[in-house]
Design a protein around this ligand. Structure first.
Ligand code: G
Ligand code: G
Ligand code: MN
Ligand code: NA
Length: 253
């Protein structure tokens, strides 16, 4: 009856829920979609943040089952909203273990085919913080996901080890620039140079850019000036449970 039994029980009991952080189009001020962020909601209502269980979920491979459940819950919770907003994107985080074999392709297809959420509305994020074990296989999987109509985003850009090599080899559609750099724009010339350079790379490669962790008007003004189109951060909204995300969208529309 140790912690690992408790975690397996929680997975079997489907205690993992999607929260939705709005992504804003800085050119219009409107909602462009959201990022799905997992929360473990226990029997007693307490909410466990992902930092507390993701490393274990990844090490044991349980993250794959959790991600399947999360994707299924996004259909239950926001498919109707996404049918009303065909331009909205829904971003889902994948981990390195999703790229060890091709199962994720059929999991995505089976979850979303005919669901009300179109493949063209989906974005799958891959962090550069954890190394992908087989770049050739990863590239095949990414191409198959893109062939369904979904987009691929490089997450936490600038913070990891694989970043530029992943951009070169894996064919991303979107670069998500990490909060670490956004935090320091307007304060620190080094961070501004990094943001500017990543923006240039995205621009020259024809990729979209999303800025993460935006929490001040000065940062919004800086990003607009640079030409960055999309942003998420606490200044707009925290990750929200489905009902609150839907209410946020209706309020902004
Ligand atoms: O929501 P929060 O800011 O606490 O998330 C912390 C970290 O957990 C982030 O780095 C985020 O990328 C990661 N994370 C959140 N949800 C998921 C998920 O469903 N799958 C994976 N692989 N990572 C997630
Ligand atoms: O997948 P990724 O590492 O990009 O996950 C984003 C994480 O950043 C989530 O845990 C989310 O709660 C957090 N986050 C998003 N916007 C902000 C923000 O403006 N400030 C802070 N402190 N955290 C944020
Ligand atoms: Mn992410
Ligand atoms: Na990030």
């Amino acid at each position: 009856n140790d912690g690992s039994d408790e975690f397996s029980r929680a997975v079997a009991a489907q205690e993992f829920y999607p929260y939705y952080q709005p992504v804003i189009d800085l050119t219009t001020g409107k909602v462009a979609g959201c990022e799905v962020l997992v929360r473990w909601i226990r029997d007693d209502g307490s909410i466990v943040p992902p930092g507390a269980f993701l490393p274990y979920a990844e090490a044991t491979g349980l993250i794959r089952e959790i991600t399947r459940q999360l994707m299924a819950k996004t259909v239950d919770e926001v498919a109707a909203l996404y049918e009303r907003h065909p331009d909205f994107k829904l971003s889902i985080n994948l981990t390195a273990s999703h790229f060890d074999n091709t199962d994720i392709i059929s999991e995505i297809r089976e979850t979303y085919l005919g669901s009300g959420i179109d493949f063209r509305q989906l974005v799958f994020e891959v962090t550069e913080q954890h190394p992908l074990r087989d770049l050739e296989l990863s590239h095949q999987i990414i191409k198959e996901i893109q062939a369904m109509g979904a987009a691929m985003a490089l997450d936490d850009a600038g913070t990891g080890h694989g970043g530029l090599a992943y951009l070169q080899k894996l064919g991303f559609d979107i670069i998500k620039i990490d909060k670490m750099f956004i935090d320091r724009v307007c304060f620190d010339v080094t961070s501004e140079t990094i943001v500017h350079s990543l923006y240039d790379i995205a621009d020259r490669l024809g990729l979209k850019m999303i800025a993460e962790g935006v929490d001040s008007e000065d940062q919004i003004a800086y990003l607009r000036g640079l030409g960055v189109t999309y942003a998420q951060g606490f200044i707009f909204a925290k990750p929200l449970p489905a009902a609150d995300f839907i209410a946020y969208v209706e309020k902004m529309a």
